[in-house]
Write a protein that binds this ligand. Structure first.
Ligand SMILES: Nc1ncnc2c1ncn2[C@@H]1O[C@H](COP(=O)(O)OP(=O)(O)OP(=O)(O)O)[C@@H](O)[C@H]1O
Ligand SMILES: [Mg+2]
Length: 291
């Protein structure tokens, strides 16, 4: 059971990119609490602000407004000088784009993460090899990123984030390039990290398999958390569908939700033969918004 003390907390978090008429509100009014022992999954359409939110939670990006705490330490109150040290100590991050160092081997890429945390030498090498082997990369230890497949690179990125055993692990699409077996392996590792007392995992993913091991699923849409379980009508079969579990389609500036691929396909073929009721969520901004 997760303890009640939040390991990660966010309050009124907002991020605006650009200014004037090119201003993008990527994340807005996000409140979040994650307890030790929890694995929280954040889902949502492409461009809904998941990476932006995760980057702020991990102290990689400063929010425009709002506050973030990890293990009682307020990230948003730290100076630029102090932030990297706190981040290194508390956060492991799996980047959507891997961010591996091209000149280094798989093992060295993981060792770099240990090095910045002050761990070096044969002990560090052993930890790096252990975690890479657990992720099925024992035969790829001395390969450089250019010789690794997308899925292998992804597993090196996961290994690098895991190796320091930080209190908080943030992972952006950690299984996106993996086949069923390796995806399951990563998923169970994340599950194990969360269960391992005092640690928490926040995963951003479209992967339904992660839902199976998640304690909670949060849904982000247009930068805001949407209540999980909110029901809207499938315009084809008229069934009520949960927005967080449905198949969707952006159609004429609105986001339509369907119970299945079949219903979406039917809609796409003859959109004019279906009446879209106003209960459907807008694709951008609040229902009735002008964008
Ligand atoms: N540095 C930036 N400057 C301007 N706009 C940005 C920047 N980073 C992200 N955005 C915009 O903010 C919004 C949210 O982007 P974000 O990358 O967080 O989405 P996402 O939910 O992670 O999408 P995906 O599922 O495709 O990875 C998008 O509209 C994006 O274009
Ligand atoms: Mg993203």
């Amino acid at each position: 059971m997760p303890s009640t003390q939040p390991l990660l907390a966010a309050e009124g978090v907002r991020k605006v990119f650009g200014a004037g008429n090119i201003e993008v509100v990527a994340v807005d009014k996000v409140d979040l609490q994650v307890s030790a022992g929890e694995l929280v999954l954040i889902m949502g359409p492409s461009g809904s602000g998941k990476t932006t939110l995760l980057s702020m939670l991990g102290g990689l990006l400063r929010p425009t407004a709002g506050r973030i705490w990890i293990a009682g330490e307020e990230l948003t109150a730290l100076s630029e000088r102090r932030l990297p040290e706190v981040r290194r100590r508390l956060v492991g991050f799996v980047f959507q784009s891997f961010n591996l160092l091209e000149a280094l081997t798989a093992t060295e890429n993981v060792e770099v993460a240990l090095d910045v945390a002050g761990k070096r030498g044969s002990e560090a090498r052993k930890s790096a090899i252990d975690v890479l082997s657990r992720l099925g990369l024992a035969e790829r230890l001395s390969f450089r990123p250019r010789s690794l497949s997308g899925g292998e690179k992804q597993r090196v990125a996961v290994a690098r984030a895991l190796v320091n055993q930080t209190r908080l692990l943030l992972a952006d699409e950690p299984t996106a390039n993996l086949d069923a077996r390796h995806g399951r392996e990563v998923m169970f590792l994340l599950r194990e990290v969360a269960r391992d007392g005092g640690r928490a995992v926040v995963v951003v993913s479209h992967d339904e398999r992660i839902r199976a091991v998640a304690d909670r699923v949060l849904w982000l849409e247009d930068g805001r958390m949407v209540e999980v379980g909110r029901l809207v009508e499938d315009p084809v079969c008229r069934m009520q569908v949960d927005v967080t579990r449905s198949v969707y389609l952006d159609h004429q500036g609105r986001r339509l939700h369907f119970c299945s691929e079949g219903c979406r396909r039917e809609f796409e073929e003859t959109p004019d033969s279906f009446v879209v009721t106003p209960t459907v969520t807008a694709a951008h901004g609040p229902p009735g918004g002008s964008r």
